[in-house]
Design a protein around this ligand. Structure first.
Ligand code: LLP
Length: 418
């Protein structure tokens, strides 16, 4: 089931602090993260797998790259899955040493390959072209390969990555010969990687992927190359609907590690969860600024739109919403929760029953910790919003809201236009 937040006299509490106080003190829109939940999520997934096998969690930081969140995960012992030189540098800045970061890019330029190799992080190669280019740029570098397992899973087509014909990874038929070529080129070959997609809610596809990976590990061994790890990517789904079932991470861990230990000599399993670790740690608080009865529909107009949280507009994703100052109150009608962006696609939630929303109320949007802030934009020239971290009733600002002036900071007007 989706995790709820405490309700004290009708007010939502996040990490022991009133959501209303946070909204008043820091302003809205604001992403609010509960530090304890973050630590718990990390420990849950690490604990589930490490019971059985040497396990490395490489948090997929694309989900949320706030430096304070990265600091917490660094303290917990996490590693990092990074997809760009920007993410690599951000994680180094947050205190991760290069040996705890793995880079998995797609369509990587030589410039980026060089910059990443210079930081010393391991590179997970996505194509034969990338391998040949890296051999010239950084001979002998530590590498693994992302393969296309031919299995996909995810909350929608836009985030399924592992199917045959995907733009990601080495096609199955080319895998063994690519490892043999990597050996000839003198690379320090460490492991094998796959990622089927994001937000899938079933264990089956993970098992199918692991079956493919363990088979390949043995084929690669027969070709004279021993691997240290299997990296099963990310993609563990979380419940977004209040009554939705959670994936059983413990059972998943038991079955997957069993398959690895039964069939291979591999000693280490790596996972790259992003969503699972950060999703339910964070709510987006947005102030109700306008209420409209449009005859056929009622609207709750908020100060956050798809510039602040794009998932509903982009993927039609469901995010649970509640009024943080009317928790547990009887619902009166159905509303669309919408934002300040000038497109009718700008919505946060459709047809939700809410308890008589009023101007000045605060809407809490659940499960905003993964791919929330990290996908936000300046569309309609709206500055990026603030972020707050709560621990034990104490709230800290962990990102200042952007200013209007900052919107222009990289622009230049040619002399002749002045
Ligand atoms: N590893 C690799 C190689 C990935 O490509 C991804 C996600 C992950 C790990 C982490 O997946 P997770 O555990 O978070 O599902 N923007 C989309 C999600 C895109 C995920 C892309 N890759 C969304 O908002 O749902």
């Amino acid at each position: 089931m989706m995790r709820e937040f405490d309700n004290v006299d009708g007010v939502m509490m996040i990490g022991g602090k009133s959501a209303m106080e946070i909204a008043d003190e820091f302003g809205t829109p604001v992403y609010v993260t509960d530090e304890q939940r973050l630590r718990e999520n990390y420990r849950n997934v690490h604990g589930a797998f490490s019971k059985y096998m040497d396990t490395r969690i490489h948090y997929a930081c694309k989900a949320n790259t706030n430096l304070s969140i990265l600091r917490i995960l660094e303290q917990e012992g996490s590693g990092i899955d990074a997809v760009s030189i920007g993410e690599v540098m951000t994680c180094l800045k947050a205190g991760f040493t290069p040996d705890r970061i793995m880079y998995t890019g797609v369509n990587v330029s030589n410039e980026e390959l060089k910059a990443v190799a210079e930081t010393g992080v391991m590179i997970n190669l996505d194509s034969v072209s990338e391998m040949e280019r890296l051999a010239r740029i950084a001979p002998g570098h530590a590498v693994s390969f992302r393969i296309t397992p031919g299995i996909g899973s995810g909350h929608g087509d836009k985030v399924i990555t592992g199917k045959k014909g995907s733009k990601f990874g080495i096609p199955l038929n080319d895998v063994v010969k690519t490892y043999v070529r990597a050996k000839e080129l003198g690379f320090d070959i460490r492991g094998i990687h796959a990622h089927i997609g994001s937000g899938g809610q079933e264990v089956g596809p993970f098992m199918d992927m692991m079956d493919v990976l363990t088979g390949l590990v043995n084929d690669i061994k027969d070709a004279g190359i021993d691997l240290e790890f299997i990296d099963m990517g990310g993609g563990i789904g979380v419940p977004y609907q209040p009554q939705e079932q959670e994936m059983d991470v413990n059972e998943m861990a038991m079955n997957l590690t069993d398959m690895v230990m039964e069939n291979t000599d591999i000693g280490t399993i790596i996972l790259e969860p992003g969503r699972y670790i950060v999703c339910d740690t964070t709510v987006l608080l947005t102030r109700v600024v306008d209420i409209k009865d449009a005859g056929t529909k009622k609207y709750v107009g908020c100060d956050a739109g798809f510039n602040t949280l794009i998932r509903p507009a982009m993927y039609d994703s469901y995010h649970h919403v509640a009024l943080a100052n009317r928790m547990g109150k009887a619902c009166t009608d159905k509303y669309d929760v919408v934002g300040p962006i000038c497109e009718s696609g700008d919505y946060l939630a459709h047809n939700r029953v809410l308890p008589d929303p009023q101007e000045g109320d605060v809407v809490a949007i659940y499960n905003a910790g993964a791919y929330g802030f990290s996908m936000s934009s300046n569309y309609n020239s709206r500055p990026l919003c603030r972020e707050v971290l709560v621990n034990d009733g104490k709230a800290d600002l962990i990102r200042e809201p952007e200013t209007i002036e900052e919107l222009w900071r990289h622009q230049r007007i040619p002399e002749r236009l002045l």
